[in-house]
Design a binder for this molecule. Structure first.
Ligand SMILES: [Zn+2]
Ligand SMILES: [Zn+2]
Length: 372
């Protein structure tokens, strides 16, 4: 990796120069616009301020910031000289820290759903503050760097699923609600909502992991679904960020179906919020490059070692350990595999393999016939 302000590499199409340049310009322009939103009294002309069509400006600004960031990531991936890409990425992150396009101006009303650039920045800060030190202190593979070879791909997954959080949530929960409304039984819901929060929480862990287990197993067993899920298994190094590598179709189907029993049973808001935080934290943790094993508890709650075996590139481990929370589900359904060691390698055991970049992986399941 180099950082040089002079153009030292070729600038042809595909070299990452154009994407870096456009990303850097977009990022800086976007940052300027966000600063205008933030400090209108300093940076804008009062007479002109009244003329800006604010909702439109916000949508355009969002588009500019998101594409500048993606272009920066593309340039970082393609180019050895990271200067342009770094400018693009850091200008957008800085713009997001200043509130992105959501900065409130006077008492203008907020409308949505917007892309969650702020959600992305918050989760990035939170997750990296927790998991990077954890992986440095308790590394399962200490020689594996934070910025491993395919991190830009996984970072793009992390970015896209965070900024699309509102879109995917609405797109998956609404259909689930509409389609299974008939199954809601008021007496059952009243009984559940009268139960203590901790009981509701534990019940949610059981029913959602039971659903998740079978959805996940179907993603492995049905060839057309496997093409989407193979993307998740294409990571050949494991860490907290690798867990973000999930095709949008995989996210939508898994989340939509897992939400059905939760919705039908009608849990209270508090336990539901606690469960949502728990599931995203644990799903990240079980991918992490940490050596925690908790041998006495390893059949109670899924550990990194348990899920690392799900990703293992060893023939005996293929199609095992589908649970996210409760390994006992794999014991009951005969798919548990947890030897007294760590896997020797991760990733897909057989061709075809998805390409390495984000866009390639996004399109790959629609293009190719993929089988295990
Ligand atoms: Zn899987
Ligand atoms: Zn996984």
């Amino acid at each position: 990796m180099t950082l040089d302000w002079r153009t030292t590499e070729q600038t042809a199409w595909g070299s990452g120069w154009l994407s870096g340049l456009l990303g850097a310009i977009g990022g800086l322009v976007g940052l300027g616009a966000v600063l205008c939103f933030r400090f209108p009294e300093w940076l804008t002309v009062p007479e002109a301020r009244a003329l800006y069509p604010l909702p439109l400006v916000r949508v355009v600004l969002h588009g500019v910031l998101v594409s500048a960031f993606l272009l920066g990531v593309v340039s970082l991936t393609l180019r050895r000289n990271k200067a342009l890409g770094m400018v693009a990425v850091s200008a957008t992150l800085l713009a997001a820290l200043f509130g992105g396009s959501q900065v409130p101006v006077d008492d203008e009303l907020r409308t949505g759903p917007f892309l969650g650039l702020d959600w992305f920045v918050l989760s990035l800060i939170l997750y990296s503050a927790v998991f990077i030190p954890l992986e440095r202190l308790f590394a399962r593979l200490p020689e594996q760097p934070v910025f491993r070879e395919t991190w830009p791909t996984d970072f793009t997954y992390f970015f896209v699923s965070a900024i699309l959080v509102q879109v995917t949530t609405l797109a998956t929960l609404r259909p689930a609600m509409l389609l299974v409304d008939w199954a809601r039984v008021p007496a059952v819901q009243a009984w559940i909502q009268a139960s203590p929060g901790i009981v509701q929480f534990l019940l949610m862990v059981v029913v959602s992991d039971l659903t998740q287990y079978w959805v996940h197993r179907a993603f492995h067993a049905v060839p057309v679904l496997w093409r989407f899920h193979a993307v998740h298994h294409s990571a050949d190094q494991m860490d907290w960020l690798a867990g973000s590598r999930l095709h949008l179709v995989d996210i939508a189907v898994t989340r939509g179906l897992t939400y059905v029993p939760i919705y039908v049973l009608g849990f209270s808001d508090g336990p539901l919020a606690a469960y949502l935080i728990f599931v995203s934290a644990q799903a990240t943790f079980i991918h992490a490059n940490v050596r925690f094993e908790w041998t006495p508890l390893q059949w109670v709650l899924a550990t990194p070692r348990f899920h690392h075996w799900h990703h293992a590139a060893e023939p005996e481990a293929v199609d095992t350990n589908f649970a996210v929370h409760l390994p006992v589900l794999d014991v009951v359904f005969g798919t548990a595999y947890l030897p007294d060691r760590w896997p020797s390698a991760y990733g897909l055991t057989a061709a075809p393999r998805p390409p390495r970049g984000y866009l390639g992986q996004l399109l790959w399941p629609f293009r190719r016939r993929g089988r295990k």
